[in-house]
Write a new protein. Structure first.
Length: 273
């Protein structure tokens, strides 16, 4: 199997799913699209909970001690958040999404209409004129790009699957992820439009980079470090779910460095013991 094949399949499924979602979204009223987004938020919360439970992994406890796993995740989130906010990662991701929207024109689809376009109303956002409608299109494109990028790139299958692909162990995990991302892309694109398709750039960058890391490592990550990454990624997905459910706009991109900090903390604590 050629390293990187799993990522290419993943990109194809996201693009096809996004196209189907945009076609489907044109036929759904606003309230239905919002309900789809809520459903995705709840499912993302479920996936996040199952991933975060890796903080109880016996391998992690054996490596750092029974009382330290929670501290590892806490430290990773705090240090990663400080680094990410200093680098303004969230702002940079949003700027990238806005740039892509300008370059690609946003396409056509549910993101091209103001939220209340399905129910004409004098108070609807597009009543303010083309400027308000364009601003809404840009907002939805950027939100779709950011949310889809985070969901597609912070799960454990992304990390382990990409590493194994690079190590020559096969891309089965990325093929499974591609199937899941296909259906998620349909649902996301039905609500957010073509910004979801633009997230393939993030998928290529993250998964392609991890595949190259796998090629360089020559072996898989220790189970304890992988458990720390998975648990930390689960918490990041909680932040994504809160955004989808419109509870709080958590700057999840600013927290992404926590995925790098977590295994480093495990290594440091294991050496100290």
């Amino acid at each position: 199997m050629i390293p990187g094949a799993g990522t290419l399949v993943n990109v194809a499924t996201v693009l096809v799913g996004s196209g189907l979602g945009v076609l489907l979204g044109n036929r759904l009223p606003t309230r239905t699209r919002e309900l789809v987004t809520d459903a995705l938020g709840l499912v993302t919360l479920l996936i996040a909970a199952t991933s975060a439970m890796e903080v109880l992994s016996p391998d992690l406890s054996d490596a750092v001690g029974s009382s330290a796993p929670m501290l590892v995740v806490l430290g990773a989130m705090l240090v990663g958040g400080i680094v990410g906010s200093t680098l303004r990662l969230e702002q940079r991701v949003e700027q990238l999404g806005a740039w892509l929207q300008r370059r690609l024109g946003g396409g056509s689809g549910p993101g091209d209409a103001a939220p209340d376009a399905a129910v004409p109303d004098a108070a609807a956002p597009d009543a303010a004129g083309p400027g308000a409608a364009a601003g809404e299109r840009r907002r939805r494109f950027v939100e779709g790009f950011v949310v889809a990028s985070l969901v597609f790139c912070t799960g454990p299958l992304t990390i382990l699957g990409s590493l194994n692909d690079g190590l020559g162990n096969g891309a089965d995990q990325l093929y499974l992820k591609s199937t899941l991302d296909f259906f998620a892309a349909i649902a996301f694109a039905a609500s957010f439009g073509w910004g979801v398709a633009a997230s393939v750039l993030t998928v290529v960058t993250v998964q392609g980079g991890l595949t190259l890391v796998g090629l360089a490592l020559g072996d898989v990550l220790p189970d304890a470090q992988l458990a720390a990454i998975t648990a930390t990624g689960g918490l990041l997905l909680v932040g994504v779910a809160l955004r989808l459910l419109r509870i709080r706009e958590v700057a999840v991109a600013d927290l992404l460095p926590a995925l790098l900090v977590a295994p480093l903390l495990v290594t440091a604590l294991a050496a100290y013991r």
